[in-house]
Design a protein around this ligand. Sequence first.
Ligand code: NIG
Length: 402
Amino acid sequence: MSTLFHGISELRTVSGLGTLSDAALIVDRGRIAWIGPRAGAPAADAAVDLGGRAVLPGWVDSHTHMIFAGDRAAEFEARMNGQDYQAGGIAVTMSATREAGAVRLEQLLLRRLADARAGGTTTVETKTGYGLDVDSEALAADIAARHVDDVTFLGAHLVPPGEDPDEYLALVLGDMLDAVAANVSWIDVFCERGAFDEAAARRVLEAGRARGLGLRVHGNQLGHGPGVQLAVEYGAASVDHVNYVSDGDVEALASSETVATVLPACDLSTRQPLAPARRLLDAGVHLALASNLNPGTSYTSSMAFCVTTAVLQQHLTLDEAIHAATAGGARALRRHDIGGGVDPQGRPARGSLVVGAAADLHVLDTPHAIDLAYRPGMPLTWRTYIQGVQVHPEPQDQSDGR
Ligand code: NIG
């Protein structure tokens, strides 16, 4: 059954179609079947009037750590009182996560996914990385694979306190990788002072590649380091954080297909300098914006907050920021449109509104999307649709109980 969505004051397609006024689109079996000016729309089986609101692709949150228990509010408050962020806090969340058990972890994930959808997010990646033993990482990957779009194995997040680094790395690349492999499509390594060094990161990336996993790197977050260059050398899909980059790092990224993912909510929460998004874009680097939801450095799934920050403080235009938070995130997950509305694996593309792509829509409660920056912090998401199905607010049950 086809459905015509009309009453769209401004349609930001994040594609070659640009922004359309008084627009409409037709959704058929979860994909966009037609898109253009309202006046030219063909007939459809049903119609939904969006009441003169702005529409953009749902956010593609390409970097989160959604599987965890507990919080680190005291650590955060200490940081706001002047303490530095240190990766060692990950161990606090590791303990809480190991204790939580499967039922609680799944409940927590579902609650976080509902929050993300309420903010217009339609595609989610999550990492494991708060279990850090074989059973706990396997459990996290299993739960995640049932609910999110892309799951990344991050056993190489931190060496658990008291463990030998070489033995732990051997475990990550051996039994742990075996235990998660069926449920993950990506592997990641936190390549940073206090976490994993370059030699260890190479071993993680090589082991992941040998298993056919896509590669990602957490790099250059807390200081200059080898993360960006490693990501480019190994053809990683993304290198995330990139707060401290040299000219050589920027040049390497610009001549590669590796996406630089910037995480402004994390930068603010850790009081790091904001990643140089403007400089990266000007150099021709593929850019993504993501929330980095996690309890240590970025306890928010608000992509709107990231977009607002990117515009107001990182000097992106609204179009650039929306692109980074939709098509840019999709590219970081290799789910972007390569033509005909399909991604490199032939699936409906995410992050762009074109014929053939997934009908993932974010409807704002305003006629113009610039309000994302103009009215910071306001609750602007009106409705979220995934593959043409309304997921926020959950539609009222219309049945009469029969
Ligand atoms: O992306 N950088 C590494 N991992 C997370 C933080 C994890 C934590 O402190 O709990 C991040 O910021």
